[in-house]
Design a protein around this ligand. Structure first.
Ligand code: UD1
Ligand code: MG
Length: 464
């Protein structure tokens, strides 16, 4: 973030590399899944740290993996394809963990910002504050005032100077009384940080190489060390399932508050669940019990009615979705589209003002504008091996209970009769009827009832 210019004046530079520590075991989670892959807001915890990292526009993101490294590598590739993963085979401490990043950042001339994979809520503003503080100090540590300092490392300060960090286990009674604690986030020039880590030892209560020892080492080398303070809520770390639930609740209450501040109406905020990346426009109304999974954008003035589930989709202005609708990945809804109850839309483009109001499945499809898809319509997109596309033009009327056996195309202003099984393309303005003709048999109903009642009476007399 900063470099020292030849005239001695520190100036902002562009380079930052984020190192995310994610090798720890997370014993208290009591899980086969590595701790950093447990979900918060429907994505692995690690994805939150990655998102914070990405917000700094970094030259590098390096994830230090150890326990469950394969799974961590896979998740990293999903959320940050450009990130590199280094392996910390043995977890010998936070300093040792950062040292593993040397393999990637050994020659890097920018800053390292250290984040933890299990501390998902450090805000972009706080990271910006750290970057600003780096203009005035060689090492910046992020601290917070802890309501219950517990076993956090304590920040020993003298005025603006951070003198050292003492781990709880190594602290004196007097030091333990300090409530200013270490979040674990730290920034310094890469070369400096690696030098300081090289100088750390493991003669301490845990027998670990502490990253926190960098503070004292930097100071003995004449470097300036300071701390930046953030709200304790940002430093919430996850070590147990109970804390995972707390983190989820904290995320949700913040997301709800933000949505409302941004002009979104939530009828029952506590029942609406957001993903880490949900975007909702102004004057949209979200009714009760709605779930937003990852990748959802809803524009202004839409209504998401009760009990709907949305994932990987886009709802344009004025859309009315639900109640009880399911929008799956690739659902792309143009302005003023209506999707009603018990309708599932997947990988489908729905044109302006079109309606799919009742009990339908529309998958791998493209529907033009002004079309009406009748109740119970199904796009039969899957033949058991491959997926096929259904194309529906503008101003089409699809009769109730139509099966559209893809690949198939309905031309503009065409119509299908109720109960049709459409296997061939329908040209524009045509009506397609594809069902067995009706036959009415006079008095046959009476005869049939008679036969059935007699059969039942006989069966009853045999079993009594
Ligand atoms: C650390 C800090 C402490 C701080 C606290 C904040 C040190 C020595 N102590 O303590 O000052 O108050 O975090 O939560 O830094 N990790 C690795 N490899 C390792 C060890 C840890 O990747 O060898 C990762 C863990 O997965 C975790 C993070 O580093 O994400 C912190 O490790 P943890 O063992 O939880 O450190 P604390 O004892 O909590
Ligand atoms: Mg910890």
């Amino acid at each position: 973030m900063v470099k020292t210019a030849s005239n001695g004046i520190k100036e902002l530079s562009m380079g930052i590399a984020v190192v995310i520590l994610a090798a720890g075991k997370g014993t208290r989670m009591n899980s086969d899944l590595p701790k950093v892959l447990h979900p918060i807001a429907q994505v692995p915890m690690l994805a939150h740290a990655i998102k914070s990292a990405q917000a700094t526009d970094p030259d590098h993101i390096v994830v230090v993996a150890g326990n469950g490294a394969d799974a961590v590598r896979k998740a990293t590739a999903e959320y940050a394809p450009d990130a590199q993963v280094v392996l910390q085979e043995e977890q010998l401490g936070t300093g040792h963990a950062v040292a593993q990043a040397k393999a990637v950042l050994g020659d890097y001339d920018g800053d390292i910002l250290v984040l933890y994979g299990d501390t998902p809520f450090i805000s972009d503003q706080t990271i910006a504050n750290i970057a600003t503080a780096r203009a005035n100090a060689d090492l910046v540590v992020l601290g917070f005032h802890a309501a219950d300092p517990g076993r956090y490392g304590r920040l020993v300060t003298d005025g603006d100077t951070l003198e050292k960090i003492v781990e709880y286990k190594d602290a004196s009674e007097e030091e333990r009384a300090i409530t200013l604690c270490n979040s674990g986030v730290m920034a310094a020039r890469a070369a400096d940080m690696f030098d300081w880590i090289d100088a750390t030892g493991n003669e301490n209560a845990s027998g670990e190489y502490y990253l926190t020892d960098c503070v004292e080492i930097a100071r003995t080398r004449g470097k300036t060390t300071i701390c930046v303070i953030c709200d304790e809520a940002e430093t919430l770390g996850v070590n147990s399932r109970a804390q995972l639930a707390e983190a989820e609740a904290a995320f949700q209450s913040r997301a709800r508050a933000e949505a409302m501040e941004n002009g979104v109406t939530l009828y029952a905020p506590d029942t609406v669940h957001f993903a880490y990346d949900t975007v909702i426009g102004r004057d949209t109304v979200v009714e009760q019990n709605v779930v937003f999974a990852p990748g959802v954008t809803v524009e202004s003035g839409a209504t998401i009615r009760a009990f709907s589930h949305l994932e990987g989709c886009h709802v344009a202005r004025g859309g009315i979705i639900g109640p009880y609708a399911r929008l799956r990945p690739g659902a792309e809804l143009s302005e003023d589209v209506r999707i009603g109850n018990f309708v599932e839309i997947k990988n489908a483009l729905i044109g302006e003002g079109s309606k799919v109001n009742h009990l339908s499945y529309v998958g791998d499809a493209e529907i033009g504008s002004g079309s009406n898809i009748g109740a119970g319509t199904i796009t039969c997109n899957y033949d058991g091996v491959m997926k096929h596309k259904t194309t529906i033009g503008n101003d089409v009327f699809v009769g109730s209970n139509t099966l559209l056996v893809a690949p198939v195309t309905l031309g503009n202003k065409s119509m299908t009769a109720t109960g049709a099984v459409i296997t061939k393309d329908v040209q524009a303005e045509a009506l397609a009827i594809a069902r067995v003709d009706q036959v009415n048999k006079p008095r046959m109903a009476v005869k049939l009832f008679d036969i059935l009642r007699k059969r039942k009476a006989k069966r009853n007399s045999e079993t009594s």
